[in-house]
Design a protein around this ligand. Sequence first.
Ligand SMILES: [Zn+2]
Ligand SMILES: [Zn+2]
Length: 105
Amino acid sequence: MKLCSKCKNIMKPLDKGMFECISCNHKAKGKDLIEIEKIPEHEIVEEGVVEDKNIFADYPFKCEKCGFDKAEVVERPPYVSDEDSLTYLKCGKCDWMENLARKTS
Ligand SMILES: [Zn+2]
Ligand SMILES: [Zn+2]
């Protein structure tokens, strides 16, 4: 992807290696333009924020399935009225679920 040298907007490709800005219609040769990767991916990396289900996985844990060492704590309401609510550990990598109450008793 190429950016306009004047307004930093995206350039669309024209014929013969020429590009035209979608915003200001500035035209330039491709080699004179700023070349960037896909914008969204770069922004995510720079901010250090990755949209991922694993962000809640901060409970120390050893996954039986894949060996991953962090899990998300998941509360489940009891299925039966006289049962305690169930707490599960969900592996942050493979989504393996382990019943925490059963494990500690
Ligand atoms: Zn422009
Ligand atoms: Zn796992």
